[in-house]
Design a binder for this molecule. Structure first.
Ligand SMILES: [Zn+2]
Length: 443
């Protein structure tokens, strides 16, 4: 198998050769000789997000940053967040670890040299391999956002056969997980945070399915927003700045809708999500039995932590939240409950299952006395990532008294992050991308 292959190969592999020509025409229209055209797209993007009360995260390829440092540094100064999108725009999945280290170190040097701050990484083509997070963590990156979750929000009968075929080819290339089967939530991988990105993204919608009607794009993303909201999960939008003219209204529609929802949607950058996930991991809940049916609760957490309870009563004020939960601001309070508001699991439960339930904010006790718990689970000996969503749903359906930390801060029900990759800013960047991949393939 070839170690790396050039951009033209990827374009044709995931698109078909006929589309390659259309793609080249689109590139010529989207980029200019200088970065002025791209600058206007970035400013437009920044204005839409600013008006919607959010800050985007742009993942930029290091060599592209090196060729256009002033503009990016200025946007960074204005508060826009940047992440590393590879040293060059290549597929890192087949690249050996030592070579990945060399690339990522070069990228770090370029970001530092250009005085552009970063904390995270997103892979070109959203393709990494199983060992990439470890490499990134060892180099000081705090997060990666390359895992893809695909939402089933499109009806294939609505699109021309060829367009649907192009879209399917993209999915084959990305190999996303299905959002119907997995939780779209950040995840710790050995202390390193992985933040999933949602598709269909702008490329799938516009370049593959040929949708340019802004209302239709809005409809697709509003649908994903609503689904992530109902599920209490995260919608990471992927919108490349060069397609902002097609997606401007869709972007402002989702930001407006996010503002309308109550409980709220937390709109955050990828760095803020990472920091929150790390902060939240340290929270603890102590639940001591006082007397019959009375439990004293002490929550050690930051002010913005969201504490939820259901099917039990607190002696401090609480407000109705969602899914049968009430939200409580107090950190020390007494609960009245027929049983301890914790989840009991059998002693043979998989450590991964226990860890998952704790990550979900619950207090979990391993015990062989089911009677002591409102919710007792004894079928967790084997547990994999695909079991997370069904387990989460099972807990939600339970009528047992439960106390937990919620996933998001400040009583938010779900989260939304606006991100976009900067692969090229000029026609020269695009041409050089092909050359850089060719040179990489010869190493
Ligand atoms: Zn890219």
């Amino acid at each position: 198998m070839m170690r790396t292959v050039n951009t033209g190969y990827y374009l044709s592999k995931s698109r078909g050769s006929k589309n390659l020509l259309l793609r080249i025409i689109a590139i010529l229209c989207r980029f200019g000789i200088t970065h002025k055209k791209f600058q206007r797209s970035l400013q437009r993007y920044a204005a839409v997000t600013r008006n919607g009360g959010s800050v985007p995260t742009f993942a930029i390829t290091a060599v592209v940053l090196k060729r256009n440092p002033e503009l990016i540094r200025e946007l960074n100064r204005q508060g826009i967040e940047f992440a590393v999108h590879g040293y060059i725009h290549t597929d890192y999945r087949p690249i050996p670890l030592e070579e990945q280290v060399r690339h990522f170190k070069n990228a770090i040097d370029i970001f530092n040299g250009c005085q552009v701050s970063f904390t995270g990484f997103r892979a070109p083509f959203l393709r990494i391999n199983g060992r990439t997070p470890k490499v990134l963590g060892s180099l000081g990156f705090l997060y990666d956002s390359s895992h893809i979750l695909c939402w089933d929000v499109l009806d294939s009968t609505q699109y021309p056969k060829q367009a649907w075929h192009e879209y399917s080819r993209l999915l084959d290339f990305y190999m996303p997980l299905k959002a119907e089967e997995y939780l779209t939530l950040p995840k710790f991988i050995n202390g390193f945070v992985e933040i999933p990105v949602s598709i269909p993204d702008d490329e799938a919608i516009i370049d593959r399915l040929g949708i340019t009607d802004e209302k239709e794009i809005s409809k697709i993303w509003l649908d994903i927003l609503q689904r992530t909201y109902n599920r209490g999960e995260l919608f990471t939008v992927q919108l490349h700045p060069e397609r902002i003219s097609f997606c401007e209204n869709a972007l402002s529609d989702i930001l407006e809708q996010a503002k309308r929802l109550n409980p709220s949607v937390w709109v955050a950058t990828l760095r803020e999500i990472t920091e929150w996930w790390r902060e939240r991991e340290k929270f603890t809940l102590e639940i001591d039995s006082r007397s019959d049916r009375k439990y004293y609760v002490k929550a050690a957490c930051s002010e913005r932590a969201t504490i939820l309870l259901k099917n039990c009563e607190a002696d401090a004020p609480s407000t109705e939240w969602a899914n049968g939960y009430r939200s409580i601001i107090a950190r020390d309070f007494t609960l009245e409950s027929p049983v301890r508001p914790v989840i009991g699991v059998s002693s043979d439960s998989s450590p991964a299952a226990v860890k998952f339930l704790r990550t979900e904010g619950f207090v979990v006790e391993q015990s062989d006395q089911p009677d002591h718990y409102g919710l007792y689970l004894d079928d967790l000996t084997r547990f994999e990532e695909a079991d997370e969503k069904p387990l989460s749903e099972k807990v939600e359906q339970s009528e047992a008294p439960l106390l937990r930390y919620w996933r998001w801060p400040d009583q938010a029900r779900s989260a939304l992050s606006i991100t976009g990759d900067i692969d090229s800013m000029t026609i020269a960047d695009f041409a050089l991308r092909i050359f850089e991949n060719w040179r990489q393939s010869r190493r």
